[in-house]
Design a protein around this ligand. Structure first.
Ligand code: HPA
Length: 235
């Protein structure tokens, strides 16, 4: 059934969906990596495509920026379209001193300042966590790539421009990087009984005022996409 945000019909979307934040990245992946890609959504420009990669049926769709946007699209994929696995591919700011520009971060867990978990009325603090099956497969694929990578806790923030600069405090807790979507994705997956993973490339170091060039972002992005697609083939 189409939703207010997605025109796809049941069956149009594969069991595994790769979700970059930027819908134009989804279009790029479909056109450059998938065989026979078919566009299933253009509502609000949030492109979604289904095709095959190494004979595996895979979809790729934008999530938009921030947890509310990611939460809408991923919840609909899980609950309306029988999607089983969502792999987010995004960019992050480095928080830990051990994380450098262009490194890959595989998010084992996602701390957050979002109120997203309040809807569950839990009597404590929920820990949004990746799917072990997706995580362990992504680690195996990344080990074969020779790229520097880190696996651990990230911070999903509601703010990109943070007035209070809370990053130093998250750094003390061993957080690797900052982005804006993963905690909601992991909570949706848990609530729906499905699987999710987030793979990030480090595009900037906000604590050191460093950022990658457009060209570096593009090649880092290709590396990350290949890791996500190879992980999708293995599950
Ligand atoms: N903050 C939040 N999200 C991000 C950043 C950042 O510094 N870099 C890439 N995504």
């Amino acid at each position: 059934m189409p939703t207010p945000h997605n025109n796809a019909k049941k069956g149009d979307i594969a069991e595994t969906v790769i979700m970059p934040g930027d819908p134009l990245r989804a279009k790029f992946i479909a056109e450059n990596y998938l065989e026979n890609p078919v566009c299933y959504n253009e509502v609000r420009g949030m492109y979604g495509y289904t095709g095959t990669y190494k004979n595996k049926r895979v979809s790729v769709q934008g999530s938009g920026m921030g947890m509310p946007s990611m939460a809408i699209y991923s919840w609909e994929l899980f609950s309306e379209y029988e999607v089983k696995n969502i792999i987010r591919t995004g960019t992050a700011g480095a928080v830990s001193d051990n994380v450098n520009l262009r490194d890959i971060i595989i998010a084992m867990s996602a701390s957050t300042n979002s109120a997203y978990a309040s809807q569950y009325n839990l009597p404590g603090t929920y820990a949004p966590t990746a799917s072990w099956e997706l995580l362990s497969n992504a680690v195996k694929v990344t080990e074969n790539k020779g790229t520097d990578f880190h696996v651990g806790n990230i911070f999903s923030s509601d703010t990109f421009y943070d007035d209070a600069d809370s990053l130093a405090k998250w750094k003390k807790m061993g957080v690797l990087g900052i982005e804006m979507e993963t905690a909601a994705l992991y909570m949706n997956a848990a609530r729906a009984g499905k699987n999710a993973l987030c793979i990030l490339t480090v595009s900037d170091c906000p604590l050191k005022n460093l950022s990658t060039t457009a060209e570096e972002r593009q090649s880092g992005f290709r590396n990350m996409m290949e890791i996500a697609l190879e992980t999708a083939v293995r599950i």
